[in-house]
Design a protein around this ligand. Structure first.
Ligand SMILES: Cc1cc2nc3c(=O)[nH]c(=O)nc-3n(C[C@H](O)[C@H](O)[C@H](O)COP(=O)(O)OP(=O)(O)OC[C@H]3O[C@@H](n4cnc5c(N)ncnc54)[C@H](O)[C@@H]3O)c2cc1C
Length: 352
C-alpha cells in the first residue's frame, strides 16, 4: 500500500497531525501500539494560562489559547463529542505571602487573574485561611474521549495499524519511507517519550519528567471548577476527579509510588471538609525538553522523516497549534516558528 504520510504515535501530537493531514486530503496511516499509561492518557487536560511561582502568562498563550479552543471544538464536532470547556481554577493560597503575591499580580493581570466576589464562598467544601484567587478563563480538555473516538474513526477508515513500530523493518531514504508492505513520502514521529530512543532524533536535548496522579470519588464537590492548592483537583470522567501531580526529574521506574499516594491522602484530609475515596493511581512520563520548547520539523539530512514531540507539561495547548504549523510546513512549505524548528539543532542532527 502507498500513502502520503505514516504517522508514528496516536497521543495528542499524532492525533492532531493525522487529523490535519486527513482534512487536507492526504492519505495517512497511523501506527500506534496502544499502551495504557501514555502521557496523553493520564493527563488531566488543563490549559492554565498563568503558572509558576511568579504567576506569569505561559509562553505564547495569547495565540495558543484561542487556537486550542477552536481546534478541540472543531475536532469534537467531527467526533460527536464535547471535547473542550472553558472553566476557572480556584487557586487557594497556601500562605499569606502567596495571597499577597497574587493580589499584587491581579493589579497588572486582569485578563486571566481575578479576585473572588465572596472569599468565604467555598468554606463548606474546603479548609483555607488565606483566601483564594480565580484563574479564568482556562480550558479543560476531555483527552480520553478525544483519543478513543479519533482512534475508532481511524480504525473504521482503515487508517490505523495497532502494533509496535519496528525500526528494523523501516527503510528511510531521500525518496521516502518503506515499512513492511507500506511505502510513504514521509514518516512523522509523534512518539512522546519513546521519541528519546528514536535513532534519527536521539541527539535532541530531551528531558523526561515523571508524573503521578490519583483518581478519587468526591461526591459532594461541584464539578464545574478546577481546585488548586499545591495539587490540582480536576473533574475526570464518570463523576470522578483527577488529583495530582508530581514532577520528578530523577527516578528509577515509571510506577506509581506509595509515597505519592500517602502525600495526596494527607493533603486532602487537611484541605477537604467533605468525604473522598481514592479509587485509582497511575504514573507516566512527560516528553519535556531541556530548553522547554517543542521539537518540530523535518530531519535536516533526511527530509522524508519528521518529528512533533517535546510537548512537556503543556501538550494540550502546544499540540494543536504546532501540529497545524507542521502541516502547513509539509503541504505549503510555510516556515515553522524558529523557536520550535529542529533546524536549530541542524549540526547535532546531521552528525547523528
Ligand atoms: C501526570 C501528567 C499530567 C499531565 N497534565 C497535563 C495537563 O493538564 N495539561 C497539559 O497540557 N499537559 C499535561 N501533561 C502533559 C501531556 O500529557 C503531554 O505533553 C502530551 O500528552 C504528550 O503527547 P504526545 O503525543 O507527545 O505523547 P504520548 O501521549 O506519549 O503519545 C505517544 C504515542 O506514541 C505511541 N508510540 C511511541 N512509540 C511507538 C512505537 N515504536 N510503536 C507504536 N507506537 C508507539 C505511544 O504508545 C503513544 O500512544 C501531563 C502529563 C502527565 C504525565
Amino acid at each position: 500500500m502507498t500513502v502520503d504520510y505514516i504517522i508514528l504515535g496516536q497521543g495528542l501530537t499524532g492525533t492532531f497531525v493525522s487529523w490535519n493531514l486527513i482534512r487536507a486530503g492526504k492519505e495517512v496511516v497511523v501506527i500506534d501500539e496502544s499502551k495504557p499509561f501514555t502521557a496523553s492518557r493520564v493527563a488531566s487536560g488543563v490549559v492554565n494560562p498563568v503558572t509558576g511561582r511568579r504567576i506569569v502568562r505561559t509562553w505564547r498563550i495569547e495565540e495558543l489559547w484561542p487556537y486550542a479552543f477552536e481546534a478541540y471544538t472543531t475536532l469534537g464536532k467531527e467526533l460527536n463529542a464535547e471535547l473542550v470547556q472553558s472553566t476557572s481554577i480556584l487557586d487557594f493560597h497556601p500562605s499569606p505571602q502567596m495571597k499577597e503575591a497574587f493580589e499584587k499580580r491581579i493589579e497588572d493581570e486582569d485578563e486571566y487573574l481575578h479576585k473572588p466576589v465572596n472569599a468565604d464562598e467555598w468554606k463548606q467544601y474546603f479548609n483555607y485561611n488565606y483566601g483564594f484567587s480565580c484563574i479564568s478563563p482556562c480550558l479543560l480538555i476531555d483527552l480520553n474521549t478525544m483519543l478513543i473516538n479519533w482512534r475508532q474513526k481511524l480504525k473504521n477508515d482503515n487508517r490505523l495499524l495497532e502494533q509496535r513500530f519496528d525500526w528494523s523493518e523501516c527503510k528511510v531514504s531521500q525518496d521516502g519511507i518503506e515499512y513492511n508492505s507500506l511505502t510513504a513520502q514521509k514518516l512523522i514521529c509523534c512518539q512522546g517519550v519513546a521519541g528519546f530512543d528514536n535513532a534519527w532524533f536521539k541527539n535532541l536535548p530531551f528531558a523526561k519528567i515523571k508524573g503521578e496522579a490519583v483518581i478519587a470519588s468526591i461526591p459532594d464537590l461541584p464539578r464545574d471548577r478546577i481546585y488548586k492548592q499545591g495539587i490540582n483537583i480536576v473533574p475526570w470522567n464518570k463523576d470522578l476527579f483527577w488529583i495530582g501531580s508530581s514532577y520528578e526529574w530523577s527516578y528509577n521506574d515509571v510506577l506509581p509510588t506509595a509515597g505519592f499516594r500517602k502525600k495526596v491522602e494527607e493533603h486532602l484530609k487537611h484541605w477537604l471538609k467533605i468525604p473522598f475515596r481514592i479509587v485509582d493511581h497511575f504514573a507516566s512520563e512527560r516528553p519535556a525538553t531541556i530548553e522547554r520548547r517543542p521539537f518540530v520539523g523535518l530531519h535536516p539530512k533526511y527530509t522524508s522523516i519528521g518529528i512533533l514531540d517535546g510537548m512537556g507539561t503543556k501538550g494540550c495547548s502546544l499540540a494543536p497549534f504546532f501540529a497545524s504549523q507542521l502541516t502547513e510546513h509539509l503541504l505549503e512549505q510555510k516556515p515553522l516558528s524558529a523557536e520550535v524548528d529542529i533546524q536549530r539543532f541542524k549540526k547535532i542532527l546531521s552528525a547523528g
